[in-house]
Design a protein around this ligand. Sequence first.
Ligand code: ADP
Length: 632
Amino acid sequence: MATKEFKAESKRLLEMMIHSIYTHKEIFLRELISNASDAIDKLYFKSLTDDSVGLSKDDFAIEIKTDKTARTLTISDNGIGMSDEDLENNLGTIANSGSLKFKTENKLDEESQIIGQFGVGFYSAFMVAKKVTVVSKAFGAEKAYKWESEGVDGYTVSECEKETAGTVITLELLDDTEDEKYSDFLEQYRIQGLVKKYSDYIRFPVKMEMTKSRRVETEGEEDKDAEPKYEDYTEVETLNSMVPIWKKNKSELTDEDYNHFYMEKFMDYSHPLKYMHVKNEGTATYDALLFIPSKAPYDYYTKEFEKGLQLYSNGVLIMDKCSDLLPDYFSFVKGLVDSEDLSLNISREMLQHDRQLKIIAKSLEKTIKNELSKMLKNEREKYEEFFKAFGLQLKFGVYNSYGMNKDTLKDLLLFKSSAGDKLTTLEEYVTRIPEGQEFIYYATGESTAKIEQLPQTELVKEKGWEILYLTENVDEFAVKMLMNYNEKQFKSVSASDLNLESDEKKEEIKSKEEENADMFKAMQEKLSGRVAKVQLSGRLKSHPVCLTSDSEISIEMEKVLNAMPTEQKVKADKVLEINPDHPIFDKLKALYGEDKEKLGKYSELLYDQALLIEGMPIENPVEFSNLICELM
Ligand code: ADP
C-alpha cells in the first residue's frame, strides 16, 4: 500500500498545527466534535425523507472513548460517513479549505491566534496526536475505508470492515513532554470539561462511558471500624446539555434562569443589573444574550481588562472573547452571540465573515444603547446604579476617537449639578434653562463640596443659573468634546471671558484697570511665568481672588494632564483675577505707592491663595507660610 503525499498547502497547515502553542491544542476536540455533528446533520436531514436510513433523531450520537493503555482517544459518529474518494478529497487535501486560504492571506505571527480562535478543522488532530486513523463508511456504500497518517509524511487509504455508516476517528496521542501533558486528554474529567466548555450546545448528544466509583454495601458485617469498600462501574453519560438557553423562547425562561446562567457562565457573585435576550432576523440572523453587570469588575478600568462577547456558530463556541462585537464604550457588557450566518463562513471565508461580524456588532450596539436609554427613562434608580459603575466609561467614550461617538452617548450621561443632590442629564439641564441664560455652565473640582466653594461660581449662581459639577478627571475633556448640547454651548465658570457683568460693572472695571495699569503690570512682572495676566474681576462677590484660564486648556485640565505619566507637560494660561470691591484691592493700591517690595509679596501670597482654592499645589509652601508670618 503506497503512502500518498499531502498536497503542498495541506502540508503547510499540518506543520502549523504541529508547532502550535500548547494552550491552543485543546480545541482539536471541538473541531472533531463539530465535524461529527455536521456529518450527523447531513444524515439526519436525509432520514427525514429516506426511510432506508433507518435511524430516528434520538438514535444519532457522538461517542468519545479513551484508552489509557493504548494512549488513544476515539471520537465516533453515526453520520453520513465518507467514501474512499471523500477521504482522499477531504482529508488528503484541504486546497479548498478556508482555514488555509485565511492563513495565506495573513502574516505568520498571527497564526497562533487563528488556531486559538477559529475553526481549523480536522488537521487540528495533529496538534495532539502522533497518529490519526479515520475509519469511515459512507451512507449507502458497500465498503468501508481506513485513512491513516502520522503527519506530514503522508497518508494511506485502505479497505476495512465497518458495519454501519459513520466515522470513527482514533488519535494516538503524542508522548508527554515536560511542558505538555497530552495524556491529560485521556482523563474523563478533562474531556468532560472540554465538551462543556466548547461543545455544550451541539445539537446531538456527546456521550462518554464514564468510570465511576460506588460504595459496596457489606451485608451482615457489624464491624463499624471496617474500611468501607468501593467498586468501579461504568455508565454512559451525555456530556453536553444540547439546548442552549439563548435558543429557547423568551416565554419559557424566567429572570431566575437568566440570572443563574449569567452568574455561572461569567463567574459573577451578583445578579446582572440587566439582561437582554435578542433574537434577530434580517441582514444578520443571530441570537444574543447580553448582560450588564451590577458592579464593575475589579480590573475594569485597567489595561488588563479584556472586553468581548462569546461567539458561537450554531451552538459551537468559536471564540471566547470576540472584542470586535463591542465598542469600547460598551465594553462592560458581557454575553454571547450565536449566529447561523457564521457557520458557513467561519473557517472558510474569513473576510466575508468579518463583514457579517460587523453587521452583528452594529446591531448589538443599537440594542445596548436602546436598552440603556429605556432604563434611564423608566428605571432611573437602576440607571444611576449602572452609571455609578460604568458612567466613566461612557464619558471616555465621548472623548475618545475625537468625539466620533459623542452623539450616540451624549444622552446617556449624568452629571451632578448645583440644582440639588440628584444627577441630571443634559436634556434635563437644558429644559431648566431660564430666559437669558445662553450657555450650559460647568465648574470643575475634586468634589461637589469643593466646587461649591469656588469663588468663580458666585456670579453664575447669583443669577440663579444651574452649574454642572464636574468631579471626574475625564469630565471636562468629554464636555469640551461635546462642545454643545441642543445648540447650547458649554462654558466653564472659570473661563476668563465669562462676560456676565452688567455694562455698568464692565465700565467700572475698565476705568479702574486703566487707572491702575502700572500696578497690574508690576504684579504681573512679579508673577511672570506663572500667570499670563493680572486683572480685575467682575465675577467675584465675597472672595478676594481667583484663577481663571485664558486658553483652551483649563486649570483643571492642566492638573489632570500633568498627573499623567508622560513627559510632556501642559500649561493653562492662568489669569489672576482680583475683586475690585474687596478691601485687599485698596490695600494693593496703597502699597503700590508706598512699598513696591511689599506689593510683590502680596502678589505672591494672593497667587498662592488662588492656587489653593483651585486645589492646585503651591510651588513653595515654606515660603508661603513664611510670608504669611512676616506680613502678620
Ligand atoms: P471543514 O470542516 O472546515 O470543511 P475539515 O478539515 O474539518 O474542514 O474537514 C474537511 C471535510 O472532511 C469536511 O468538510 C467533511 O466533508 C469531511 N469530514 C470531516 N470529518 C468528518 C466526519 N466525522 N464525518 C464525515 N465527514 C467528515
